[in-house]
Structure formats: structure tokens, C-alpha cells
Design a protein around this ligand. Structure first.
Ligand code: MEV
Length: 423
């Protein structure tokens, strides 16, 4: 009999009953059900309020990257990631940067963009003028939606409009610029965009469809830069290698995607651990990389006159300290305490520094010994566990596989058998 995924009233069931349904549907064993039920430090009632149809949690390892010094302040960086090497590489790179005086950062004001899409306009230029002429009134209406944000000095600050040509005709796109202070801002911006849309329809005689934040947050940028002495990074040849890698990524989108992914390995791990919206950050980074021309790298490395390495990164950083899971997720709250940032702007700058460190770690390894030696030794432990190794066996199996350059589950199983026979 084919099974149907249509489950009437699934969302109304208590999580345990949802899980029972999933157990029957997917043929889960009692052990598997127990693993899902064991939600650890994120109680199921909390998870159930965070998302819909919750049946459990998905634990991810979390570790701490050390050695970070940013604008003279020391930070310990919590990172949640499934990828081996990431935290070791970030810590190693942060140490190198520290030896060169640490990271320096800056950022713009935390301004997000809300987009309002007006279609079926008869006269684009006139519609645009009418919206711009009513700017003061529209901003007032937007700000009426969030007195709390206003009381902190944030709120809707400006508004702009542009005409775009699309496959479905001309559209007027209104941009509302909102200073979100310490919030990521999606809720505030979307509420404001929805609130001013009826007036925009009236002014333009058009029809508004979409009213939503843009993840291409070009008004909310964070920047980090650093200098690493050549002797710290491994000599002038390594400096050259990293500069060549940077030039490669700047010129070639195939490489830029991986280069940026390397920086995001660090950034996303921190964003995830803090309960912030990591998809927004990822979307923003890639869109920014393609904003001024063909897709390119978000960071740059060059050799300075002294032969030392200089690096910088710049990207949108729409993160918050308040709102969403940042405050509801019990672990995210602890992560924020460890991170010890006082504003969303400081948080964004820390993330930029982490991205630059992660990028440096990857490029140094890639332009030197390659990443596989470091990666494989950590990966080998995962393979050993997948093959069934337990306790002290894990390291023994991993070491043997690395020595033989055969990091594979089938080989791990053979080694486990040998070790078990010997016992
Ligand atoms: C792997 O997760 C990340 C790298 O591919 C990044 C890079 O190539 O720069 C190593």
C-alpha cells in the first residue's frame, strides 16, 4: 500500500503523537525514536513553539575557536558545524592574525531595506514622483508601527523608488530604509512595508504585491581587515600563494564560489550557534559578491611592500541580538554570553573577522600542503565512527587508515574486525 504524506491535523497533534506517526510511516526502530525524543538542552516544548510540526531536535557539534583579537578585544568564538577542521583552522588563522596585531573592523549603520513591488502602473515616472513626494508621510506611517525601535534611535529613515523592466512589464520598486539597531529587523521591516503599501497603491494607482525585506543588505555592511607578517604565515612563498589564490577567486566565479564558501564556513557556524537566520547571511553574501559585476570573491589578499600578507573582507551582515530564536533558544542565549558582544554591529564585525580568519586558514593550507592531510585525519575519525568503532578504537582505526592512505568505511570495518579478534 502506498503511504500518503497528507496528514490532516498533523500540526494539532502533540509532538509525541507526531513522532508516533512518523515512526509508523518510516518504520523507525525504538532506538531511533528514543534518539529523537532525547532533545537535551532544547526542550521539546520550546522547539514546538519555535517551528511547526516539531518532533525532536537536530543536534550539531558546537566548539570554540580561540585566539581571536578584534580591535584589541579578545573573543572566544562559539561555532556550530558538522565539518571537521573548521574550528581548528579558524583558531590557527586567528593566532597568525593576532601575531600581526589582530583584526580591525568597521561597519555601516544597521540599515535594512524593505521592498514594495508596485505593478500595473500607467505612468512609471509619475508614480515614482508621487511616492517620493509623499516620503515624509510614508516614513511617519512606517514609524508608527514600531515605537520601541524608534525609542532606541532606530526606525524608518529614508525611502527611495526605482522603475524596473520585467517580463511582466514595468514595475515601481519602493525601497524603505530602516535602521534596525540591535534587531536583525525582518519583522520590523516587513510590518512597516505592509503598513505603507495601501498608501503607495493609492498614490500610484497601481497594485502592490510583494512587501518584504531584501537580503541584499548593502546598507548594513561589516568589514574586517588584518596584516599577517610573512614569517608567521610561512614565508614569502606562502604569502605569494595566498595572493595568487585571491586573484584567482577575484577573476573566476567557479573558484569564487568555493573561496566564499570557505569564509562562510566560519561565519555560518557562528550565526547558527546564536540562533540567527543563517540563510539570510548566506544569501546576502552571495548576492553581494555579484552586486557590482560578475560573481566574485568577498575577501581579498595581497602582499604589501614589506612582503607581508594583507587581507580584508566586506559583506552584508544582517544579524541581531534581540528577537527570534536568539532569545528563545536556551543554548543561543549562552552562546551570546560567551561571545560577549554589546551590539548587533559589534556582532557583525566579529563575524566578518571570523570569515576572514576562516578564509585565511583555507587559503594558507590550499596554497601550501593542501587541505587533505589536516582534513582527512579529522574525517578519518568520522569514518571510523560510521564503521562502528567505539571508544579508544576510534583513534586506532583512524590512525591506521591515515597511515595506509585508505580512509574508507570498508577498510575501517576490516580494521575494527582485526582489533576485535585480537582482544
Ligand atoms: C571546504 O569546506 C572549504 C574550502 O574549499 C574553502 C576554499 O577552497 O577556499 C577549503
Amino acid at each position: 500500500m502506498t503511504k500518503s504524506s497528507v496528514v490532516s491535523g498533523f500540526y494539532k497533534l502533540p509532538p509525541k503523537e507526531r513522532l508516533a506517526f512518523i515512526r509508523d510511516f518510516a518504520g523507525l526502530t525504538e532506538d531511533e525514536v528514543r534518539l529523537l525524543e532525547n532533545t537535551g538542552s532544547l526542550p521539546l516544548e520550546v522547539a514546538d513553539h519555535m517551528i511547526e510540526n516539531a518532533i525532536g531536535v537536530f543536534p550539531e557539534p558546537m566548539g570554540i575557536a580561540v585566539n581571536f583579537q578584534i580591535n584589541g578585544k579578545d573573543y572566544l568564538i562559539p561555532m556550530a558545524t558538522e565539518e571537521p577542521s573548521v574550528i581548528a583552522a579558524a583558531s590557527y588563522a586567528a593566532k597568525m592574525v593576532r601575531d600581526g596585531g589582530g583584526f580591525h573592523t568597521s561597519s555601516t549603520a544597521p540599515v535594512m531595506i524593505g521592498q514594495i513591488q508596485v505593478v500595473k502602473i500607467k505612468n512609471g515616472d509619475l508614480a515614482k514622483k508621487q511616492v517620493l513626494d509623499a516620503k515624509a508621510e510614508l516614513l511617519r506611517k512606517a514609524n508608527d508601527q514600531d515605537p520601541v525601535l524608534n525609542s532606541f534611535g532606530g526606525g524608518a529613515k529614508d525611502l527611495d523608488a526605482r522603475i524596473i523592466e520585467t517580463t511582466m512589464g514595468q514595475m515601481l520598486i519602493v525601497h524603505l530604509f530602516v535602521d534596525c539597531r540591535d534587531a536583525m529587523g525582518a519583522n520590523a521591516v516587513n510590518t512597516m512595508a505592509e503598513a505603507i503599501s495601501p498608501k503607495i497603491e493609492q498614490l500610484t494607482d497601481g497594485h502592490v504585491y510583494l512587501r518584504i525585506i531584501s537580503n541584499l543588505a548593502i546598507k548594513r555592511l561589516a568589514k574586517a581587515w588584518c596584516t599577517v607578517p610573512k614569517e608567521v604565515v610561512g614565508g614569502e612563498k606562502v604569502v605569494d600563494g595566498i595572493a595568487y589564490a585571491s586573484a584567482f577567486a577575484a577573476a573566476d566565479p567557479y573558484r569564487a564560489a568555493t573561496h566564499n564558501k570557505g569564509a562562510l564556513n566560519g561565519i555560518i557556524a557562528v550565526v547558527l550557534a546564536t540562533g540567527n537566520d543563517h540563510r539570510a547571511i548566506e544569501a546576502g553574501a552571495h548576492a553581494y559578491a555579484a552586486f557590482k559585476g560578475p560573481y566574485t570573491s568577498i575577501s581579498k589578499w595581497t602582499k604589501n611592500a614589506n612582503g607581508d600578507l594583507e587581507g580584508s573582507i566586506e559583506m552584508p551582515m544582517a544579524v541581531g541580538l534581540v528577537g527570534g530564536a536568539v532569545r528563545t533558544h536556551p543554548i543561543a542565549r549562552i552562546v551570546m554570553k560567551i561571545l560577549n558582544v554589546k551590539s548587533a554591529t559589534e556582532f557583525g564585525e566579529v563575524l566578518a573577522a571570523v570569515g576572514l580568519a576562516q578564509n585565511l586558514g583555507a587559503l594558507r593550507a590550499l596554497s601550501n600542503e593542501g587541505i587533505q592531510s589536516g582534513h582527512m585525519s579529522l574525517h578519518a575519525r568520522n569514518i571510523a565512527i560510521t564503521a562502528g568503532a567505539k571508544g579508544a578504537q576510534i583513534d586506532l582505526v583512524a590512525e591506521r587508515m591515515i597511515k595506509e592512505s585508505k580512509v574508507r568505511v570498508d577498510r575501517a570495518k576490516e580494521i575494527i574486525e582485526e582489533l576485535t579478534d585480537k582482544q
